[in-house]
Every structure is written in C-alpha cells, then in structure tokens.
Design a protein around this ligand. Structure first.
Ligand code: PMP
Ligand code: GLU
Length: 393
C-alpha cells in the first residue's frame, strides 16, 4: 500500500523535545556518558502522600471511567484553587475539565477554537507544541517575534504587527518555556486590551505556575475582568507536583466554551484516569511543603547554572523568573546556528541541551538548559561545556 497520510500529519515535524529524550536514551544504551540538560521534567519523585492516595484508589477498585469532566471532588478542589491562587472564578460543575495532561487540554482547546484557515498568534521563542497543535487543527500558527534584549516580553506593538482578519486566538505561556519570563502586569494588560480589540480567544498555559523565583508574582490573564470571558486557562500537575508520568491537567474557562470543549474530550479520551484523579486531589488538598521544597531546590540550581554559564567565554544568560530552564545566548562562542551547537555539544562533550530553534525562529542563537536535574549533573555539565569550548578556541 502507498501510505499517503493526511496533509495535517505530514505537515508537522516530530517533537524536538521527544527527539532529544530518545537520542539521550539511545546514546546511553550504547554506553555513552551523557549529562542530560535536555528534557524538561522534574528529577524528583512524586511526593508520597499523592502516590499513596492513587494506590489506595486502585486498591479499593476505583478503576472505572469517571465523568468526562472529571470526578466532582477534584473539580471542587480545582475551583477553590483557581479562586485562591489565580483570582479566577470557575464553577466546578460547568467551567472546568480535568484532562489527561495539560498537553491534551491545550490540544482540545486548539481544536475547539480554531478552524482551517484561522490564524493563532504564537510568540517565538515558545514551547515546541503550540505550532504543531494549531496545524493539527488545520490553522496557521503566526509567529510573534520576541526580543532577547527586551527580556522576551510581549507588547501590544508586537502583537498588532502580526494580527490579521483571520486571527482567532493568541497563546500565552507564563512562566515561560523556554525563556523563563514571567508575565508582568503591563504585559497582561496589553494582551487583554489587544485580545478585546480584535475579539480573540486567549489560551493561557500556566503549567509552570508553582516554579517562580525572587518573589515573582504569577498573573493569570483570566483574572483580568476584560479577559475573563475570552480566556481558556490551562494548567496541570506535571511540573509543580513532579507528576509528569501521571498525565493530568485541566482547563478552565467560560461555561459556554467549556461545554463545547468537553465534546472534544468526550470523543477523544473520554476522561482522565480515575485513580490518577484521586492522586491529584491529594496533591491539591494535602501539604504544599513538598512543592515549595522542590521550588527552593530549583532556585539553588538556577543560580548554579546561570552563574556557571555566564562564566563561560562567549555565553551569556539572564536569570529566569520562573520555570526550570536557562535560555543561554551562545552567539559569542562562534556558533550562530543553535542546532549545530547542540549537536557539537552532545557529540564532543556528551551534554544534551535543546537548540533554541526548537522553539521557533525566535530561539536562534540560544540553547535551553533544563535544570530539573541534580546539582551534581549541572556542575559536571558546566565543566564539560567549559572544557569543550576551551579546546575549540
Ligand atoms: N506546556 C508547556 C509550556 C510545557 O513545557 C509542557 C511540558 N510537557 C506542557 C505544557 C505539557 O505538560 P503535561 O505534562 O501536563 O502534558
Ligand atoms: N515540556 C517539556 C520540555 O519542554 C517536556 C517535553 C514536552 O512535552 O515537550 O522539555
């Protein structure tokens, strides 16, 4: 058979982050010593009280389908969390859907909001999957270039330059992967005014909410009155609670929109895992100290990695306000091409990083180093990068 696949799937690239996961695994299988600063996943185990709640659910036979929206007690806990942490009013019965991963929440939002021919504004650099998800929905991702020397902030001007009659939505990510930028008040106001002026949906990805530094405040666009009825807020448990393998997220928004997004959930996955939702309930209602402890450890690693990078010849890196990535400018090393730099580093020094271009054209000249790994690995990796750069000069 001639396998002629859909234009939709042929038109997207594989995920750069998953490619790096696979590459690291393969090289290690072949015996190579690889220090992995590629993948963005906490090295911590899920706090035990969360795991115990899921195990108890399994043991008591809580192993069936749940309502598509999620179990009522988790929806209630999320409604309270959104009010308390985010200033978002979301009714448990109508305004929230629990999804198997934030990724799936984003996907069903994109599918629900975008038609073929529509455009969605995607800041660049930004996370690897927004553009592909837009394309899977038949829509066109339109890059909004951000500037490194302006701290990768969005502005009304930058947005106005890319908007057209076909623009339907804008995606925002705070704290940001890969830049670490945390949305500030002026920026949020700009986005809200812009979205209202052009009647756009705002899809706000807040998966790194719990990981912030130096007192940076988390601001949810949906908490702004002018944005509340046009914003879909996506969040999840992967990063803050170290629950990547559990695959649990959620989306909150106006009842009229969420009721329709639910159709995409019902017809694709049905519901999130039953016992996984019990774990998430324990995460939200149990002690929050483990979350703070992990965030404190990321803060120590952030200093280590940022100081270490700035001590390297030709490399500069500003301290991220949130998330667990350092987005380093490598243009002074003699490499202009970030993919070439990442390949060179992996093959000569055994250090895996993600090239900035994985995050769109706006990431060129940079590489992303994840510090969701131990201080020991970070120190060794910095030594290896330093030695490789020195040997080259
Ligand atoms: N958004 C961003 C910016 C991310 O980095 C990730 C990481 N995978 C996700 C969403 C998806 O998170 P989840 O594990 O819940 O699918
Ligand atoms: N979000 C993580 C990253 O950026 C995990 C991989 C992914 O989902 O893309 O590395």
């Amino acid at each position: 058979m001639q396998h002629r696949l859909s234009n939709r799937i042929s038109g997207i690239e594989k995920s750069a982050t998953y490619d790096i996961f696979d590459m690291v695994r393969n090289l290690r299988t072949q015996g190579a010593s690889i220090l992995d600063l590629g993948g963005g996943e906490p090295d911590f185990s899920t706090p035990p009280h969360i795991t115990e709640a899921a195990v108890a659910a399994l043991s008591e036979g809580f192993t069936h389908y749940t309502p598509s929206r999620g179990i009522p007690e988790l929806l209630e806990a999320l409604s309270e969390k959104l009010a308390k942490d985010n200033g978002i009013h979301a009714e448990a019965v109508s305004d929230i859907i629990v999804t198997p991963s934030a990724k799936h929440a984003l996907y069903i939002c994109f599918l629900s909001v975008l038609d073929p021919g529509d455009e969605i504004l995607v800041p660049t650099p930004s996370w690897v999957s927004y553009g592909a998800m837009a394309q899977l929905a038949g829509a066109r991702p339109v890059p909004v270039p951000l500037a490194a020397d302006q701290g990768f902030r969005l502005s009304r001007d930058r947005l106005e330059r890319q908007v057209s009659g076909a623009t339907k939505a804008i995606v925002v990510n705070t704290p940001n992967n890969p830049t670490g930028h945390v949305l500030d008040e002026d920026e949020a106001r700009d986005i809200a005014e812009f979205a209202a002026a052009h009647d756009l949906f705002v899809i706000s990805d807040e998966i790194y909410e719990k990981i912030r530094y130096g007192g940076a405040r988390h601001l949810s666009p949906a908490s702004l009155p002018s944005c509340a009825d046009r914003t879909l807020t996506v969040n999840g448990f992967s990063k803050g609670y170290a629950m990547t393998g559990w695959r649990l997220g959620y989306v909150a928004g106006p009842a009229g929109v969420i009721g329709d997004v639910l159709k995409a959930q019902q017809h694709t996955v049905g519901c999130a895992g039953s016992f996984v939702q019990r774990g998430a309930l324990a995460a939200l209602t149990g002690p929050q100290e483990p979350v703070q402890d992990m965030a404190d450890e990321y803060a120590a690693r952030r200093k280590l990695v940022v100081d270490g990078l700035n001590a390297l010849p030709g490399v500069s890196c500003s301290a991220p306000g949130g998330a667990f990535y350092a987005f380093a400018d490598i243009r002074g090393t003699g490499f202009d091409d970030s993919a070439e730099f990442a390949t060179w580093l992996l093959t000569t020094a055994g250090v895996a990083v993600t090239p900035g271009t994985a995050f769109g054209p706006g990431g060129e000249g940079h590489v992303r180093l994840s510090f969701a790994t131990s201080r020991d690995v970070i120190e060794q990796a910095l030594d290896r990068v330093g030695a490789a750069l020195a040997a080259r000069s």
